[in-house]
Structures are given as structure tokens and as C-alpha cells.
Design a protein around this ligand. Sequence first.
Ligand code: SF4
Ligand code: SF4
Length: 210
Amino acid sequence: MTTEIKIFNEKYKQDLDHIYSDFEEFSVSFKQEAACGPGCSFCCTGSGPIDITTLEGMEILERLALMPKPMQKLVQERLRRNIRNKLHQKESECPFLQKNGLCMIYDIRPFICRRLYSLKKCGKDQGAVIHVQVNEFYKESLRRLQSLDNNGYSGHMGFILELLEDQSFRDFYLSGGFDPARIIEYGKPRKLVINCMVSGHVGETETEEE
Ligand code: SF4
Ligand code: SF4
């Protein structure tokens, strides 16, 4: 992991944490009614969107680099499988989901995972049910997040991580560069969105409201 990535993440950490904590504060009373609990992880199996921003992807990359080598290898294998499955429109569990149903990167999990809870247990025939007020606040928070990452992109976690693993893209992004034409060939078929143009449009689907 380069010092450059660490410095970049430190620069944004406080703002990112503010967005997360504002959302947590707003939603905490609603979540008291949730059916969620430790080890309940249907929402991590790829049945719904697991979309992140490039900014969040950078934090995940840094964490990945700090994991022991065998763990890194395992996550990388899962990530490749996840990407292959997603390209073939097949569901695939999150590479960070452990066998016990817990998240390997819980403390830095992306915003989409933080917003999710459900008033009814999720399953094949039951999507997450959340309060309409929380969903509205989520959209507003997502706009803040995407505007903070305004030279970046959003989309499926595996694709964003793969994009960031490309050294030339990463260096350009880290330097504050913005040129969507550079990634159009990769991004278009993978439905990546340009944060500064479509803020608030990721991960809104497949959620019922109450
Ligand atoms: S959102 Fe659904 S699958 Fe996820 S923890 Fe809550 S009840 Fe379980
Ligand atoms: S990052 Fe963690 S909480 Fe989010 S989908 Fe993956 S395992 Fe689940």
C-alpha cells in the first residue's frame, strides 16, 4: 500500500465519517424496529445492489492491503468470482462476507451497507422493508457522498475495486484528475455512474418502503 493512498484516505476520512454518522443518528430510532441481527446476511449475498463510490473503494483497498497475505489471496479469489458472476448477471455474495455471516470490514463497510435494515426478515421472496423517511435521507446522504467524491464513480463494489486496482487509473484519480472518457470502455457495460453527474442514483432500487 502506497503512502499516497493512506494520505488520500486520511484527507477524506473525517468528511466520510460525518456523512455516515449523520445518517446513523437520523436512522437509529427507526432501526430499533428492525428484524436484523448479527449473522443475518441475506443482504450481503448479492440479492440487491452492493454499490460503492470510488472514495469508499479506496478505504477498502487500504484495508485489504493490511490483511495477512493468505486472507488477501482468499478475498482476491472471491472478488474475481464476484466480478465474473456479476458480469453474467448472476448473484454472488460479497467477497467480505465470512462463513459465520459477519462482515470482514464491518468498521469501514460502505454506505450502502450502513443504510440497510429491514422491518421484515429478508429472503428470496422478501426484499428489505425500510421507512420512507430513512430512504429519503439515504438519497440525500448519497448525494453528499457522491459530491464529496466528485471526480470519482459509483457502481458495483467488485467493478469499482477492479477499476481502482488499475494503477494508471488510480494515479490519475488520486491526483484529482477527472476524465470519464478514460474509463468509458470499462464503465459503460458495467453501468458505472459519474458521481458529479448523477449523484443520488446508486443503490436506490429493490427496496420496499413502509
Ligand atoms: S437487511 Fe435483511 S438480510 Fe440484512 S440483516 Fe436486515 S433482515 Fe437480515
Ligand atoms: S461489505 Fe460487509 S456488510 Fe457490506 S455487503 Fe459486504 S459483507 Fe455485507
